[in-house]
Ligand binder design. Structure first.
Ligand SMILES: C[S@@+](CC[C@H](N)C(=O)[O-])C[C@H]1O[C@@H](n2cnc3c(N)ncnc32)[C@H](O)[C@@H]1O
Length: 310
């Protein structure tokens, strides 16, 4: 019974509702009589029907978010909800919106951007100049509604000033949220969404449109938005990157998936290449020794390439 109680606590009300007659523990999973976790079945179905793969996301976050959809649709159990999805395919859109958490902001964690300007950009730019190269390539891997890649574009523009024209800058911005990508491409933000930006940044990089603020063309031109699923195990086709942002998305993934994602990002980095993680995120053990930490407070790492040359 104490096992069940612990499980109830960690898996939440939704799981309790799935197995009203009780549930059993097998290899650390709650299972139904048929031996398959109801949550696994639901996530398998979501993957089959939509291609979105949440099977290796942290269960706590997923169950909390699913509870809200169960409540909204009147479903009492996961099997009920699966039946609801069969009849109401449009529910998938709301479900995906709930499971992808689009919270973001311009220059979210301002100190991170400050340190990129002090530690990363000077090295990167002088290295490129020394090699006679003009391309600077950035990747915002979970760009939500676009605030992160546009912040990167503004940061680079402010940093390079008159030398901007000497460089060919590409900022790839990807996400799995169609809603996020749609908003990101539009580049239109409400007064609330730009509240932290200085009057100078607003004046230099945005145009007022009624109540809203629209990102200016010069900044938008640097950013290319597209769909890319970090959980898909696919290799991105963008080529090697000078700097990759993977902020506030690893926290939603189980360790095994975090490892795979970080390995793929590491392989996508040039040498030198810089990896920026969210404040609550750290590289997994598989990257031990392959990345040098430039600032542990803001999680900036440099690929040193040493292990790659062995
Ligand atoms: C909390 S937001 C972070 C946005 C931004 N990086 C930041 O730090 O402000 C998390 C984003 O990760 C995206 N996401 C979740 N799973 C993903 C995956 N497998 N591949 C790509 N993006 C994903 C979500 O759609 C959401 O836009």
């Amino acid at each position: 019974m104490s096992n069940c109680k612990e499980l109830e606590e960690s898996y939440g009300n939704a799981m309790r509702a799935v197995c009203p007659g009780g549930f059993k523990l097998q290899e650390g999973k709650m299972v139904t009589e048929s031996g398959i976790s109801a949550l696994d079945s639901l996530l398998d179905k979501v993957y089959r029907d939509t291609g979105f793969d949440f099977r290796e996301y942290k269960r706590g976050t997923i169950t909390r978010r699913l509870e809200r959809r169960l409540h909204a649709t009147g479903a009492k159990t996961y099997p009920d909800y699966m039946q609801f999805l069969d009849v109401h395919q449009e529910e998938y859109e709301s479900l995906i919106d709930y499971l992808t958490i689009n919270v973001s902001g311009f220059f979210r964690n301002p100190y991170t951007f400050q340190q990129i300007s002090s530690l990363v950009l000077p090295e990167l730019v002088s290295g490129k100049r020394a090699k006679g190269q003009q391309n600077l390539r950035f990747w915002s891997t979970a760009c939500a509604c676009g605030q992160e890649p546009y912040s990167i574009a503004i940061l680079i523009t402010d940093f390079l000033r008159n030398s901007l024209k000497d460089f060919d800058i590409s900022i790839y911005a990807t996400d799995i949220s169609r809603y996020g990508l749609h908003r990101a491409k539009a580049g239109v933000y409400s007064p609330n969404e730009v509240v932290g930006l200085s009057p100078t940044t607003l004046a230099n990089y945005f145009t007022r449109q009624s109540e809203d603020y629209v990102v200016n063309g010069a900044i938008r031109q640097m950013v290319r938005f597209s769909y890319f699923d970090l959980a898909s195990r696919a290799t991105p086709h963008f080529g090697s990157m000078d700097c990759i942002f993977c902020c506030n998305v690893l926290i939603y993934l189980q360790k095994s998936l975090q490892e795979k994602v970080l390995e793929m990002l590491y392989d996508s980095l040039a040498i030198p290449g810089y990896l920026i993680l969210g404040e609550a995120e750290t590289p997994t053990n598989n990257l031990d020794g392959k990345l040098d930490c430039l600032d542990s407070k803001v999680k900036i790492y440099e690929k040193n390439g040493e292990s790659d040359n062995i």
